[in-house]
Ligand binder design. Sequence first.
Ligand code: AVJ
Length: 331
Amino acid sequence: MTDVPASQDGDLAFFEDLHPPASDFRADVLAGLSRPQKALSPKYFYDRTGSEIFDRITQAPEYYVTRTELALLDRIGPELRELAGPGAVVLEPGAGSSVKVRKLIDALDQPAAFVGMDISGDHVKAACRDIASDHPDLLVGAVCHDFTQGIDLSALPLPDGKRIVFFPGSTIGNFELDGALALLQTLRGWLRAGDALLIGVDLRKDGAALEAAYDDAGGATADFNYNLLSRINAELGGTLDPSGFDYRAFWNPYRSRVEMYLQARRDMGFAVAGQDFVIRKDETIHTENSHKFTADTFQDLARRAGLEARTQCISEDTPFSIHWLEVSGEA
Ligand code: AVJ
């Protein structure tokens, strides 16, 4: 399919709703709070308020991830342009704020198309419309899809160009290692010979810097966690008292990850969706991990997923990396 009309006046060339199974917030929360180590999934951080708070986190002086990756994208722009060649098709699973993909699109040589994918159809449509209105010559499509699930890209009206699956922000770090491997295998399934996965991966660094990045003095990351309790109260009839919890983030060098928790200041009883719970003083609710790799440990993982690094770019001052991965055996 080559002669696809470019999108005009901000309209999308297509919107495909693949009806991803709605993640069951209620069931996941009740199950998580019933475990010996109470836990809540970080994917539930991103309601409208949570997404706004995350923007605050990316502005926090301690949170180096976003600005370091943006600077790195600037630095490797010319190399990406070479590697991609003209007419590339950029696909972004979990399309967040479009700041990063815009930098990629601007670096490329006449990219043919951009397709944003996200589990929230409204969010991804809005983000893609913005990009379409600023890039009238770019075919822009949006897909409502859970990127941890496979997808049949041949069902989408994509131009023929080289596909670049763009997965920035070290979101891969949120997954346990087996989950990260499974995700890389899923994304590998999107690639044909010569296509690439362009992925941002945060690297191990000084523990104090990591703990500061995930517990900024301005309190944005703490608010990010408290908002999850407020969301449970608002959407699941919860009676949690956010002020009864302290937010904790600590670097676990043995598991090579930052672990984030809400810790009870006192014994508390609370209800969620009509189910009663008790949490003891100092007991915790685990909310998120952010795994930190070395370039080697990440590329080992990628190799196990059948992906070979064609090139990578690492920022030394604040260790962070971007990898251009191709299907193994095709390098
Ligand atoms: C969006 C997953 C990349 O782990 O750095 C930031 C999320 N959590 N501060 C990260 C996050 C707390 C962020 N990712």
